[in-house]
Design a protein around this ligand. Structure first.
Ligand code: TLP
Length: 339
């Protein structure tokens, strides 16, 4: 099977398996896992933040940020198609007791004026706005890059109102590599950031939440409350270190494959691109094939290609290091054949 469902599907590399095998571990709830400590220090340094926390997943990292900054009854500003709002099972309300204030963005970018207008003024009728969330790259906009200008404008107005900014940077390193910038160019415009080690960076499990010491301390307590204190999880952190030190630059290969896929799809009549991929995600409109998403995905599956449904008449194809250039060529042939 050529699995284009998600970059979460990557298998650990040989180096990761060796690092996992050889890791020195201890009880992380006591703060005694040397490999986790090393990963957290490395991540904090790379992301330009005071402290970092190794967490089970991207969802947990995002939710710990919300729990650490907010109180029940608060309101947080989220983009209408953001993962935190769209895909986290209503966790912000179920866990932190906050309500979303939804701002519609264009390719993941919220207009700073809309964000400013969404911030509540002091009035006993209103909830307090206690967090602004950005997502970069933006998954549902096809891995689009939220520009530094946009981030800076939102961060500045957030600071004026003393509201923290959190980035869901599940794929922030894809933005970094594709834009040829440094990760700190992006993280300078946030108070906390969540990055996933288990997407294009290839680790089997884990994410990082980074920010100010006091916020990460709160997040550590929330992680424990939620049952996320993982004891000898240095085996997982060992792989995370390989992700951060050896897997970042190669993300550009995933972007090239997405570009190749998209270029070929543009020439297949019946298929249209919903986005011009900037990173590793290609969203395809299949309405003109007159097939339902399920029918189309079944046809692909019968030919050995896996993709996911991405809303009405749309499917998502995601590239990663476990799909070769040959696999991409094969996927293109299949797409041509089943139309
Ligand atoms: N997204 C998954 C699905 O949930 C859609 C995927 O396959 O892309 N933030 C962003 C922007 C994400 O895309 C994801 C995963 C997460 C957070 C959550 O990460 P995990 O799966 O580790 O909880």
């Amino acid at each position: 099977m050529i699995d284009l469902r998600s970059d979460t599907l990557t298998q650990p590399t040989k180096k990761m398996r060796e690092a996992i095998f050889e890791a020195t571990v201890g009880d992380d709830v006591y703060g005694e896992d040397p490999t986790i400590n090393r990963l957290e220090e490395l991540a904090a340094e790379m992301l330009g933040k005071e402290a970092a926390l190794f967490v089970t997943s991207g969802t947990q990292g995002n939710q710990l940020a919300v729990l650490s900054y907010c109180s029940p009854g608060d309101e947080i500003i989220v983009e209408s198609e953001s993962h935190i709002f769209f895909y986290e099972g209503g966790a912000i309300s179920a866990l932190a007791g906050v309500q979303p204030r939804v701002v519609r963005g264009i390719k993941g970018e919220m207009n700073p004026i809309d964000v400013r207008n969404a911030i509540r003024s002091q009035d006993i009728h209103f909830p307090d706005t206690s967090l602004i969330c950005l997502e970069n790259t933006h998954n549902r906009s096809g891995g689009s890059i939220v520009s530094l200008n946009n981030m800076e404008a939102i961060y500045q107005l957030a600071q004026t109102s003393s509201i923290p900014v959190h980035i869901d940077g599940a794929r922030l390193f894809n933005a970094v590599v594709a834009s040829n910038k440094k990760v700190k160019d992006y993280t300078q415009f946030c108070d906390s950031v969540q990055i996933c080690l288990s997407k294009g960076l290839g680790s089997p499990v884990g994410s990082i939440l980074a920010g100010k010491k006091e916020v990460i301390q709160k997040a550590r307590k929330w992680r424990k409350r939620l049952g996320g204190g993982m004891r000898q999880a240095g085996f997982l952190a060992a792989s995370g270190i390989v992700s951060l030190t050896e897997m970042v630059e190669r993300l550009s290969e995933d972007h090239e494959k997405a570009r190749r896929l998209a270029d070929a799809i543009e020439d297949i009549s019946g298929l249209t691109l919903v986005n011009q991929p900037e990173t590793n995600i290609v969203i395809v409109n299949i309405e003109q094939t007159y097939k339902t998403n399920d029918e189309f995905l079944d046809l692909l599956k019968k030919e050995g290609i896996l993709a996911v449904s991405f809303g009405e008449g749309q499917i998502r194809l995601t590239t990663h290091y476990d799909v070769s250039s040959n696999d991409i060529e094969q996927a293109i042939q299949v797409l041509k054949r089943i139309i």
